[in-house]
Write a protein that binds this ligand. Structure first.
Ligand code: COA
Length: 185
């Protein structure tokens, strides 16, 4: 099992960046120039776990470079060597009345890397990042409870169900409810 103490690391340039090193896996941001790696992993996620996400391959495979380069800025990646094998997005809300909250989206770990603590390292990193500035008081996310691994992972890290959206997703003709979960920092 991966042991990860996520933290803000000081780089040689003196600039603070986010980082977390674990055995064989590093949690890092990727620059906009790596947008094709991000696109590849995201389309894999939407393809292998369609009931986990509100979006779909059909929609996102039409997105252009600009959209991927914009979105990659919110993502943290689990890198095996230099290859992204997992990711999570933490989005800080930018409106005055809601900027005390952040949202998690797009949590995914490649099937071959599951069960080793990678998802946990990603989630802990996102929580650490949200906490770092001292301004964020809660993190929110939505999860299909049929994604049992994800639901259990969120519960383990202090997210509680605060609402249920009935028949929120329709995947291959089947309706799925979605839970809204929140964690207070
Ligand atoms: C959810 C997901 C990211 C977990 O990644 P992972 O790297 O396999 O998870 P970890 O190995 O870090 O497991 C951490 C915790 O998650 C939960 N968990 C992980 N796999 C589980 C499983 N098969 N069954 C039940 N709980 C599980 C457990 O609480 C586990 O802690 P424990 O080992 O102390 O029991 C991964 O299964 C995934 O990508 N699923 C498909 C996409 C998805 O559902 N995304 C969520 C969108 S909201």
């Amino acid at each position: 099992m991966i042991k990860c103490v996520s933290r803000l690391i000081s780089t040689l340039s003196g600039k603070e960046e986010f980082g977390c090193d674990v055995s064989g896996i590093a949690i890092r941001r990727l620059p906009a120039s790596r947008w094709e790696d991000y696109r590849r992993l995201r389309l894999t996620a939407l393809g292998t776990d369609p009931a986990a996400f509100g979006s779909s391959v059909e929609e996102e495979e039409t997105y252009g470079m600009d959209a991927w380069q914009q979105r990659i800025g919110s993502a943290l990646f689990a890198l095996s060597g230099d290859v992204p094998v997992g990711m999570i997005s933490l989005v800080f809300r930018n409106r005055i009345k809601t900027s005390h909250a952040a949202d998690i989206f797009g949590m995914f770990v490649d099937e071959h890397f599951r069960g080793k603590g990678v998802g946990e390292a990603l989630l802990k990193s996102a929580i650490t990042l949200a906490s770092a500035g001292g301004e964020i008081v809660k993190i929110a996310l939505m999860v299909n409870p049929a994604q049992n691994a994800a639901f259990k992972l969120y519960e383990k890290h202090g997210f509680a169900v605060v609402g249920k959206l009935k028949k929120e997703l329709k995947v291959d003709g089947l309706f799925h409810d979605t839970y809204v979960m929140e964690k207070f920092l």
